[in-house]
Design a protein around this ligand. Structure first.
Ligand SMILES: [Zn+2]
Length: 292
């Protein structure tokens, strides 16, 4: 047990130190009462840098005092106008855990759902129906408020180790763990950028389990259009990260040395680091003068 937590702690510290770029304009889906999570601003979410998750807030979850209870419960936000999940919140105890084997969830179509296969993806399918609160924790299965379109990588490399940690702890101690999973969508996107996972063990005040991480909804080797869920294989061309200058007014992007850059008003001018593909997916088009 100790070993596992130590390993996680080291991984979290390492990951926290490696994240230094920022995603832009991230927003939450609709929030409703019962312990709405604190707002994580765009600046707080590091861009994907090759690790399936990164620690946020020095790995400290942001639960309020009044949320700290040793009574099991679970809550799932209603879907928003675009059919997207909001946060899911549970106080996980043994009494919440399933006693039956999981049934089928194939009837649920989360926002942005696509059945796309890639040979290099484990199990072939790019997307899984990802439980926000894992079935092993809550026994909640084909609940549309608890399932998002998530990559295999998010499901297995990102979320599963944290779910397992919570499940093992609750089974071994009989204690409770506050557990909140919040999908982060950019603007009107149907597919989440990733999920924030927070957990804190109640009876021992976070000694057993305590984390706050962001898990990336990415799949190595695949370029995802988060607006729709469409995807294509990564190529040398579409995966090259470069610096561009954006005009947020005209929605054009430029090479940094394009003469038009000097004509962009300060209010609309942004520097962007990332792939050309990602910019086009966000609705930007290349300047015809510099042809970036
Ligand atoms: Zn230009």
């Amino acid at each position: 047990m100790k070993k596992r937590f130590l390993a996680f702690g080291l991984a979290a510290v390492f990951l926290f130190l490696t994240g230094c770029n920022w995603l832009s304009d991230l927003q939450f889906g609709v929030q409703t009462p019962l312990a709405a999570p604190p707002v994580y601003t765009a600046e707080e979410l590091p861009a994907y840098a090759g690790n399936p998750f990164v620690a946020l807030y020095e790995n400290q979850p942001r639960f309020e005092e009044e949320e700290k209870t040793d009574r099991s419960y679970e809550y799932y936000s209603p879907l928003d106008a675009l059919g997207r999940c909001g946060y899911a919140f549970a106080c996980v105890g043994q009494d919440l855990m399933p006693t039956e084997k999981r049934g089928s969830i194939g009837q649920v179509k989360p926002s942005g759902w696509q059945t796309t296969k890639y040979d290099h993806v484990d199990g072939k399918y790019l997307y899984n129906r990802c439980h926000l609160i894992g079935y092993q924790l809550s026994g909640e299965n084909a609940n549309e408020r608890n399932l998002i379109t998530g990559t295999r990588y998010l499901n297995v490399q990102g979320m599963l180790p944290f779910e397992n940690m919570v499940a093992d702890y609750v089974k071994e101690t009989g204690n409770h763990v506050l557990y909140r999973v919040t999908p982060i969508f950019r603007e009107e996107d149907l597919v989440a950028q990733g999920v924030i996972m927070e957990a804190w063990s109640v009876e021992d005040e976070g000694d057993g389990v305590c984390f706050c991480v962001f898990c990336y909804n990415v799949q190595p080797g695949v370029v995802i259009d988060y607006a729709t869920g469409e995807s294509r294989p990564e190529t040398a061309e579409n995966s090259t990260v470069a610096t561009y200058v954006l005009n947020a007014g005209s929605r054009k992007f430029h090479a940094p040395d394009c003469e038009s850059v000097t004509e962009i008003s300060e209010k609309n001018r942004r520097t962007y680091q990332g792939t050309r593909e990602a910019l086009i997916a966000q609705g930007y088009s290349p300047c015809s003068r510099c042809n970036p």
